[in-house]
Design a protein around this ligand. Structure first.
Ligand code: ADP
Length: 503
């Protein structure tokens, strides 16, 4: 049995390929940043052609760096930035325009219109999502309506739509396979997460011809084999999942109630809700966690817009620190709970406050507040916001988890991890391998290729590097969190309160 697995991790700012051995250790990798295009205010585009060229080169390089032949790979897994929308010509394999990235807000008005016309309840019921430009449907409609001749070609069946996973799969298989997995499909606004099918009513609502759509397969499935000339030998593509869902798998959160949180630039908390698609009343997203053997595991997802980005701001904006890692020693010296609150509402407040107009603030300053206290408040804000999300999940009916599995660049910070446990009142587990997104893609591919017999085999690979147990008195925890709530209420408008749905 060839035991190596190649994960292709196509992110928002960089692409990576990692060769894993069957025990989850990294054997070789390669990474490259790529161009971001901002043609107009609020627009963000990627060149799908560049992404493909990079990804192919990275796969070859990672295989070289691992000192193996492509023939020793059991399979390839793909994980990707979600929602980003590619439209290409089936005959030539060329994109019709640059891909519209998930961050792009150009269809905000269209979403507003649809909300105004009363379509959101239907959309939320079927897709678990909200009417927001974030998701693919309005981006795809925009391309069809604004690229010359696109709609006619689409009606004639000459075009293909895909999120980045589908695009890469198409290219890897030499144009033979046009497919996606259920997690990526669940982010398009066109996929009914209950029936697990593209939804005709939604296709009509967004004016999308069905001929554009990829076939939706399980997250571990036969996605075809790579064109032999690409890697020197055909390799099976056997796993696909969107980045946050891949991290859920990489963290082996396979039981209902298990939750992972990724702390990078922003933060994404994803809770496994098992076979139940929990409808959120706090504007969290209901999404597909993964689909295996035709069985869907659902998840609730909440996001914090600004997590590590606060630390970047303290470093690059205020120049209070020169490296993100300095924040740990500063927080240790200052200590938490000193009454200084940094509310990083740089782009508004998310769950459960939902005030897009809120802006940041620093509160509770005294004469002896110094750099250490302000930096500490930046780290504490990430913890308080995590509790905001967890409380929203609990308000939606989730039980309190026994532990939170964390990953991402920020969790190298031991002070942050401990404070997170203290504020949540929940144990925080940090795994040995924090490349969880790529690892999840590799696991899915390995599952299909027979490297792992089942999810239990994968779960047994999960290894804790360090766990952080809550050690704060409950009264202190309550006091600190009450201070946070008070601080947030100062920056949000009077209408924005928890438990209320946003505008
Ligand atoms: P992304 O994948 O979103 O680019 P990463 O997972 O690489 O992000 O994490 C990088 C983020 O983590 C940056 O915003 C950085 O400020 C923050 N970060 C990195 N190391 C630390 C640290 N030791 N303490 C606090 N924040 C950190």
């Amino acid at each position: 049995m060839n035991g190596y697995l190649l994960a292709l991790d196509q992110g928002t700012t960089s692409s990576r390929a990692i060769v894993f051995a069957a025990d989850g250790t990294v054997r070789g990798q390669a990474q490259k940043e790529f161009a971001q295009h901002y043609p107009e205010d609020g627009w963000v585009e990627h060149d799908a052609g560049e992404i493909w060229t990079d990804c192919l080169a990275l796969c070859r390089k990672a295989i070289r760096n691992a000192h193996i032949d492509a023939g020793e790979l059991a399979a390839i897994g793909i994980t990707n930035q979600r929602e980003t929308t590619v439209l290409w010509d089936r005959a030539t394999g060329t994109p019709l325009a640059r891909a519209i990235v998930w961050q792009d807000r150009r269809t905000a008005e269209r979403c507003e219109q649809l909300r105004h016309d009363g379509h959101e309840p239907l959309v939320q019921q079927k897709t678990g999502l909200l009417l927001d430009p974030y998701f693919s449907a309005t981006k795809l409609a925009w391309l069809l309506d604004n690229v010359d001749g696109a709609r006619q070609k689409a009606e004639a069946g000459d075009l293909a739509f895909g999120t980045i996973d589908s695009w890469l799969l198409w290219k890897l298989t030499g144009g033979r396979v046009h497919a996606t997995d259920a997690t990526n499909a669940s982010r398009t606004l066109l996929f009914n997460i209950h029936t697990q099918r593209w939804d005709e009513e939604l296709l009509r609502l967004f004016n999308i011809p069905a001929s554009l759509l990829p076939e939706v397969r399980d997250s571990a499935a036969d996605f075809g084999r790579t064109e032999p000339s690409l890697l020197g030998t055909p390799v099976a593509v056997a796993g696909i999942a969107g980045d946050q869902q891949a991290a859920l798998v990489g963290q082996a959160c396979f039981e209902p109630g298990m939750v992972k949180s990724t702390y990078g630039t922003g933060c994404f908390m994803v809770l496994n809700t098992g076979e139940q698609a929990v409808a959120s009343e706090n504007r969290l997203l209901t999404t597909v966690g993964y689909r295996l053997n035709g069985r869907t595991t659902y998840a609730l997802e909440g996001s914090i817009f600004v997590a590590g980005a606060t630390i970047q701001w303290l470093r690059d904006g205020l120049r209070l620190i020169s490296h993100a890692s300095e924040s740990e020693a500063l927080a240790r010296s200052a200590g938490g709970g000193k009454g200084v609150y940094l509310v990083p509402a740089f782009t508004g407040m998310g769950a459960p406050w939902w005030d897009p107009h809120a802006r940041g603030a620093l509160l509770g300053l005294t004469r002896d507040t110094g750099i250490a206290e302000v930096v500490t408040a930046g780290l504490e804000a990430v913890c308080y916001q995590s509790l905001d999300l967890l409380e929203a999940m609990i308000a939606d009916g989730a039980g309190k988890p026994t532990a939170l599995r964390v990953d991402g660049g920020m969790v190298a910070n031991n002070w942050l991890a401990q404070n997170l446990a203290d504020i949540l009142g929940v144990r925080v587990d940090r795994p040995v391998i924090t490349e969880t997104t790529a690892l999840g893609a590799a696991y899915l591919a390995g599952l299909q290729a027979g490297v792992f017999p089942d999810l239990d085999a994968i779960a047994s690979h999960w290894q804790c590097d360090r766990d952080f147990s809550p050690s704060l008195l409950e009264a202190d925890r309550q006091r600190r969190y009450a201070g946070w709530r008070e601080a947030v209420s100062r920056v949000c408008s009077a209408q924005a309160q928890p438990e209320k749905t946003p505008v």
